[in-house]
Design a protein around this ligand. Sequence first.
Ligand code: ATP
Ligand code: CA
Ligand code: CA
Length: 410
Amino acid sequence: DHVLIGNKVSEGHVNFTIAYNMLTGIRVAVSRCSGIMKPLTTRDFKFTKKLAFDFNGNELTPSSQYAFKFKDYCPEVFRELRALFGLDPADYLMSLTSKYILSELNSPGKSGSFFYFSRDYKYIIKTIHHAEHRHLRRILKEYYEHVRENRDTLISQFYGLHRVKMPYSFKHKIKHRKIYFLVMNNLFPPHLEIHTTFDLKGSTWGRYTNVRSDSKDAANHRPVLKDLNWLEEQRSLQLGPLKKKKFLTQMKKDVDLLARLNIMDYSLLLGIHDVDQGNNLLDDRNKLAMFSPNSSSLKEVKRNSVAQQHRQQSTSAVSHFFQQDEGGLRASDALNNNLDRIYYVGIIDCLTNYSMVKKLETFWRGLNHDLKVVSAIPPRDYADRFYEFIEESVNRVPAPQYKDDEKRVA
Ligand code: ATP
Ligand code: CA
Ligand code: CA
């Protein structure tokens, strides 16, 4: 498991056709959805729209390089969600479709999902399993209500749910393949380097990442650390009283919703920017935004312009409590003095329904292991364990942080 490092998907890449079709579909579907916003009705939560693309084009769809079908789910609901999250419709389209280039992640999870970043790193496209897509549609109403009442929710911000259906290779005797995907927020900033990343679930079963600090390109392949690393390093989230209260209150509301929706297996994704370390190494995610992989000679270039763009955009956006400092949350001590870290934090991967598969896993693991440590436990228990883990992390008195040379002296 590694941080978001990937390959630029441009013409010639094996997945270029898929990326092209996704973006073409989004461009046409989203720009079509631009009339006056009316209050949502029950129908909007069921509505789907199909578009067929081909080389010739027709009165409904412009010509496309490849033939494929596109399905847009509940466009009015997602349009409303984008507005609630403070996105500007024109910016959204520009970010995703001004150039047909995305960066693809090398399979970051075990699920088989693919991740793509928009060129400016503001958005992530994640391909999802059919069951996750079905679950999102089922819970969309409640998710929407929750967002309306909790603008500062820590749960992933969903901006669109779509499907592309493309002709498949005849060799495999499969006529079509359907790819479900969603567009969501990238929790991490385009302009600052993330020095440490944690993916926390509150469980300890298998939740350890072996860190090879001797690895030559450690900086380019920073691993995503997990619960056991977090505990081993005696880490804590350092937030002053107000931030702490806001954070835990929101977290509680969010996990209560997820428990009610029968969801589990989500994580708290935490990226830490160390202000003292700064941006000495050009962040891989930035590098990828502009160059093909491994073009390290072009390191310093253009980072400033990205930072500038980001600043301009962030002034116009609706302020989100947990994004108030450079798009994240500045660490602070008990007296509210700023500390030299910025946290980027949110709850991700929250579409796993506590399905039959998971029930089986509970059964098998429950036979041999303490239920407290296994991953697949019922949603209410999962939520409680998750919340407690985070709460303890926020309240823990921080371990003294030594600089490397101080450690050696001691
Ligand atoms: P699995 O089900 O095996 O856990 P998955 O394919 O469902 O994996 P996720 O857990 O959603 O994948 O994400 C995997 C990794 O991708 C995360 O640990 C994180 O590093 C990165 N990631 C996912 N979502 C985001 C996001 N919204 N912003 C930034 N990074 C993200
Ligand atoms: Ca996950
Ligand atoms: Ca998953």
